[in-house]
Design a protein around this ligand. Structure first.
Ligand code: COA
Length: 164
């Protein structure tokens, strides 16, 4: 089951093999949610409430000059930055990796972002892959590299084909 992070979700043993992502859900996500800095959604076991995976979404923007030419040319030149949604973190506990949960959470995050973009303007979903392995994961789902940054993006126009 996927829902917004709440106090009853068990996060103490979460281990996706990346300290930064483990520490974030254990020690910082709750505070960030309270401060409205991020929205955090968790996949959890309904009986034990143990968190199996999570992702975060927040507002973001892409400098127009960073976009590949093919996109830049179709956008108004007087925009310095283009509104986007940041899928800042996505992680699955090691014990549950390789069973399709990452894909389920990614699709949930993209669908939620697409739906938000129907109410609040947003051109794309941006991700910030933690390393080359994570980059390969996003490439598999047609994310495009943002030149001059380690980030990647997928446009709402593409997501409309899936969720529109
Ligand atoms: C990357 C991660 C989220 C994938 O989650 P997962 O549950 O193991 O992946 P899934 O089982 O849902 O795999 C879905 C598909 O992606 C593929 N895949 C998984 N990890 C991949 C990778 N690193 N590179 C390329 N493809 C990958 C799977 O083979 C599968 O393909 P298929 O549908 O054709 O069989 C997870 O391994 C993880 O949390 N890693 C550590 C943190 C991390 O890298 N986060 C991502 C960005 S910060």
């Amino acid at each position: 089951m996927i829902e917004f992070l709440k106090n009853h979700h068990q996060k103490t043993n979460f281990d996706c093999a990346y300290d930064a992502l483990n520490n974030y859900i254990k020690f910082q996500a709750g505070q960030d949610v309270k401060r409205k800095l991020t929205a955090c959604y968790v996949l959890f076991d309904e009986d034990s409430k143990r968190i199996q995976g999570y992702y975060t979404l927040s507002n973001n923007s892409i400098p127009l000059s960073n976009l590949p030419e093919i996109y830049k040319n179709k956008l108004p030149k007087n925009y310095q930055s283009i509104p986007a949604i940041l899928l800042g973190r996505l992680a699955i506990d090691k014990e549950f990796q390789g069973f399709g949960y990452g894909k389920i959470l990614l699709i949930d995050a993209l669908k939620r972002s697409y739906e938000v973009s129907n109410e609040i303007g947003s051109f794309a979903v941006v991700v910030d892959p933690i390393d080359k392995i994570a980059e390969e994961f996003y490439l598999k789902y047609d994310f495009i590299k943002l030149p001059d940054s380690g980030k990647m993006f997928i446009t709402m126009k593409t997501l409309k084909l899936l969720f529109g």
